[in-house]
Write a protein that binds this ligand. Structure first.
Ligand code: 13P
Ligand code: ZN
Length: 272
């Protein structure tokens, strides 16, 4: 028996996650257990799911997140591999319910797979998305090689320097990531400090880059969050290819970028 049985909507959403985790592995962004995913699945919850008991002891989130009360999430398991999740999503992830205290959660299905160690960051973002009435349901943390490499170079970490370089590599970057990439200085993986800094940075950016670690993106669904990361990583890849040919790339001119901004009427804020 699985929570996915006879629930085509929920099954489709979970298998979208499985498809994306396959891409993460193929791209080399998901070594071992690297990266994690959370999807708000509350819209698929029926009375039978609401009545499901906890199958593991209640756990603390480490933060109080008032907008998450009674919400349900599919979450990657800590220590689980993306490449395994691609084939067996319910053995490498679980469904959790946020308790009434808004500070703890319980696992309800299918197996007592402990959620990712980055749960504080994921849930802090999910809380913000609900607070702002956003339609975004998915959060993705991954280890994209080129973006992490750039985060080791000091000059890229100042203000919007990295965003400008990435935008200038190919017009689509500006079009699809008009808020750019926000930098979060290095913090311990899984820490509340990292979660708090990520939350601040995502308010004004499409994707957040954890210095010397990885990215965090939000999206309408997991495919969308993957695309946001992929668009920025592609630009970083182009930058490095040009550097490998022996030159600093020219980049699009400021006028060319302004033209893209104006013609496509790009948002200065994330649409809800
Ligand atoms: P988990 O296996 O706990 O999800 O951790 C992977 C990771 O990328 C931590 O930042
Ligand atoms: Zn990580």
């Amino acid at each position: 028996m699985s929570i996915l049985d006879n629930r085509p909507g929920l099954t489709a959403e979970v298998y979208k996650v499985a498809e994306v985790t396959g891409y993460l592995w193929q791209k080399g962004w998901a070594e071992r257990n690297g990266g994690n995913i959370t999807v708000n699945i509350t819209e698929f919850v029926d009375d039978e799911i609401k009545a499901m008991p906890a199958i593991a002891p209640v756990m603390k989130i480490g933060k109080v997140l008032p907008y998450l009360k009674g919400k349900y999430f599919y979450v990657k398991g800590t220590g689980k591999r993306m490449r395994d999740l691609a084939r067996w999503p319910m053995q490498n992830g679980s469904v959790i319910r946020i308790c009434d205290d808004c500070a703890s959660y319980e696992i309800i299905a299918d197996e007592p797979v402990l959620p990712t160690s980055e749960l504080p960051s994921h849930l802090a973002l999910q809380n913000y998305l609900l607070e702002t009435g956003s339609k975004y349901k998915a959060t993705l943390h991954t280890h994209p090689i080129e973006l992490v490499a750039m985060s080791h170079i000091k000059r890229f970490l100042k203000g919007d320097t990295m965003t400008k370089v990435l935008w200038s590599m190919i017009p689509e970057t500006l079009a699809f990531a008009p808020l750019g990439i926000g930098i979060v200085p290095y913090a311990l993986p899984g820490s509340i400090e990292l979660a708090d800094a990520t939350l601040e940075a995502i308010k004004t950016h499409d994707v957040v880059l954890w210095e010397k670690h990885g990215t965090v993106a939000v999206g309408l669904d997991i495919m969308d969050a993957f695309d946001q990361t992929d668009v920025l990583c592609k630009a970083a890849n182009i930058y490095m290819c040009a550097r490998n040919m022996g030159s600093e790339p020219d980049g699009m001119t400021d006028e060319a970028m302004k033209e893209v901004q104006d013609v496509f009427n790009l948002p200065k804020k994330r649409p809800c």
